[in-house]
Structure formats: structure tokens, C-alpha cells
Ligand binder design. Structure first.
Ligand SMILES: NC(=O)c1ccc[n+]([C@@H]2O[C@H](COP(=O)([O-])OP(=O)(O)OC[C@H]3O[C@@H](n4cnc5c(N)ncnc54)[C@H](OP(=O)(O)O)[C@@H]3O)[C@@H](O)[C@H]2O)c1
Length: 149
């Protein structure tokens, strides 16, 4: 998101689908802190597709495989797919499964300006940031100035 929009999201509409304490709410607060205009959507949101179509930045953290379709995505939008869903993959053999996100990646990719894949997007970033935070915590507990990542 920073690579595309910079640190200041002034004037941009961000929609976060999902209001969990684990992800949706903190994501909304981070976007607000970066000056985005934030809409928090959830299971009781009316006409979710049109709410999403207003998003310059669309973050999906729902837990429903491929729920966000291409026509929910504003052309050129930045799409962050947080969902991790395991679905049947008979094409890989009997009883096989594969991971997909909350966004229908192949079709949404045609419309989005940028989109994170699942797997290989938010998941590895989460692990990298966990490691970074662990190093920062270790420096602080040793009374040392922590590095920046
Ligand atoms: N990549 C990562 O590192 C990472 C980290 C955390 C989570 N995840 C993944 O992110 C997804 C969400 O995780 P979570 O812990 O936030 O899940 P959660 O606690 O189950 O929250 C899901 C949210 O989605 C909303 N929702 C459910 N169905 C909906 C629908 N049909 N339309 C609109 N909103 C709907 C719920 O609304 P209500 O509040 O109204 O029920 C809720 O706010 C999961 O797939 C999880 O595996 C990934």
C-alpha cells in the first residue's frame, strides 16, 4: 500500500470488509491514522458490492472463499486480500485442497491496479512483521535502541 500510495492516504476511500478485533478493527485504525476515509463493512452491511466499488483501497478479511468479485472492485483500486480459506481442489487429485483468499483473484486482477495474492501475499508479510517486532522487543528489553524495518 505504501509503495503505491505513500505514507499519506489523504483523499482516498478505504473499505475494510470484516470488523474483527484480530484484524478488521486494527486495520481500520491504521488506515485512519494514515488519513484515509475509512468504511468498516461487515455481515450486516447493505449492498456490500456497491460499498466496495467506492474503495480506492479495498481490504478483505472475511473468511469466505473468493467472495469479492471483479465487479466489486473499482478500476485501478489497491486490493489487499487477508483471507485464508482452504477449498477442495479435485483438479489436483482426489481429496486434495488448495488455499484461496476472500477475493476472486483471477478476475479481480483484471480490474485492480494492484492486488495481493493468496497464498504469498499478506501471510508472508505477517510472518516478516512478527519477526521484526520480536527483534524490536528484544532490543528494547536489553535497553538498546531498536532498529527500524
Ligand atoms: N493473512 C494473515 O496473516 C491473517 C491474519 C488474520 C486473519 N486472517 C484471515 O482473515 C480472515 C478473517 O479473519 P478474522 O479473524 O478477522 O475473522 P472473523 O473474526 O471471523 O471476522 C470475520 C468478519 O467478516 C465479517 N463477515 C462474515 N461474513 C460476511 C459477509 N458475508 N459479508 C460481509 N462481512 C462478512 C464478519 O462480520 P460480523 O462482525 O458482522 O459477524 C466479521 O466482522 C480469515 O480468513 C482468516 O484466516 C489472515
Amino acid at each position: 500500500m505504501r509503495r503505491i500510495h505513500g505514507d499519506d492516504l489523504s483523499g482516498l476511500n478505504a473499505v475494510v470488509i470484516g470488523r474483527s478485533n484480530l484484524f478488521g478493527k486494527p486495520m481500520g485504525l491504521l488506515l485512519l491514522a494514515a488519513n484515509a476515509t475509512v468504511t468498516m463493512a461487515h455481515s450486516k452491511t447493505k449492498d456490500l458490492a456497491s460499498v466496495c466499488r467506492n474503495a480506492d483501497i479495498l481490504v478483505a478479511a472475511v473468511g469466505r472463499p473468493q467472495m469479492v468479485k471483479a465487479d466489486w472492485v473499482k478500476p485501478g483500486a489497491t486490493v489487499i486480500d487477508v483471507g485464508i480459506n482452504r477449498i477442495d481442489a479435485p483438479e489436483k487429485g482426489e481429496g486434495k485442497t488448495r488455499l484461496v483468499g476472500d477475493v476472486a483473484f483471477t478476475e479481480a486482477e483484471e480490474v485492480a491496479g494492484a492486488i495481493t495474492p493468496v497464498p504469498g501475499g499478506v501471510g508472508p508479510m505477517t510472518i516478516a512483521m512478527l519477526m521484526a517486532n520480536t527483534v524490536i522487543a528484544a532490543y528494547r528489553s536489553a535497553g538498546l535502541e531498536a532498529p527500524r524495518f
